[in-house]
Design a protein around this ligand. Structure first.
Ligand code: MG
Length: 237
């Protein structure tokens, strides 16, 4: 890996820089358990657990997760209640983030340190509207010259991943042609976005998607941890 060959490096956030899923899982649990404790209508009000998360919520848009969980418990799920609880989950995310913080993957910090030493411009490209808050909580906001969050994408009218537009915009802000920029992604849709944007190098980070799926989606290389991308001492940049 010759980092000096590239003019910019673009990181997805959740699952690449920070294990943000932990914060989301805690927020879902706090929101649903406070709702269940106060619900006296029909349905099963046994406490919400991680098993509910994996069965009903994981990977879905927020409101769909709320609707499917309520339905799984036989609790009526009119749109009003779905939206209210979905919004409460978003509030809970910010409360948990501020209270518990979030620690970046140690291997990712090693790579960020290495790239800072080389002076390569760095950016975050995330579908999440919370991206700046997560970076702030992890103490890494000052490492990136640009953060293309979900909010920025909406403001600029950029379609989300798997469309390449948010990554292309990030490269542009950093003054790099996509062919001279690197994308790091843990999600199939994000790897697809990097491949569709004809980036110089698309690195898949396997946090569970699997080497085969990330490779099929267009990753040039797949690593399990970003520390693998830090050249050994004395091996050059
Ligand atoms: Mg991700």
């Amino acid at each position: 890996m010759i980092w000096a060959d590239y003019d910019a490096v673009l990181f997805d956030l959740d699952g690449v820089v920070t294990p943000t899923a932990i914060v989301h899982m805690r927020a879902w649990s706090e929101m649903f358990n406070s709702f269940l404790a106060s619900w006296d209508g029909e349905g099963d009000t046994a406490p919400y657990t991680d098993a509910d998360y994996y069965a009903q919520v994981d990977g879905k848009p927020r409101y769909d997760g709320v609707r499917d969980f309520l339905t799984s418990r036989g609790i009526p799920a009119p749109e009003e209640r779905v939206v209210e609880l979905g919004d409460r989950k978003n509030d809970a995310f910010n409360v948990v983030l501020e209270r518990d913080g979030v620690e970046a993957y140690p291997g990712s910090v090693l790579l960020l340190d290495h790239l800072r030493g080389l002076g390569v411009p760095l950016g975050v490209v995330s579908s999440s509207a919370n991206a700046p808050a997560v970076l702030q909580a992890a103490g890494l906001l000052d490492r990136f010259q640009t953060v293309v969050s979900g909010t920025v994408a909406t403001e600029l009218g950029l379609p989300g991943k798997p469309a390449p537009d948010t990554f292309v915009h990030g490269a542009e802000v950093l003054g790099a042609a996509p062919a001279k920029a690197v994308v790091l992604e843990d999600a199939v849709s994000g790897v697809r976005a990097g491949a569709a944007g004809h980036f110089g190098l698309v690195i898949g980070v396997d946090r569970g998607a699997g080497v085969d799926r990330l490779t099929e989606a267009g990753a040039d290389v797949v690593v399990a941890d970003l520390a693998e991308l830090v050249p050994a001492e004395g091996a050059g940049a």
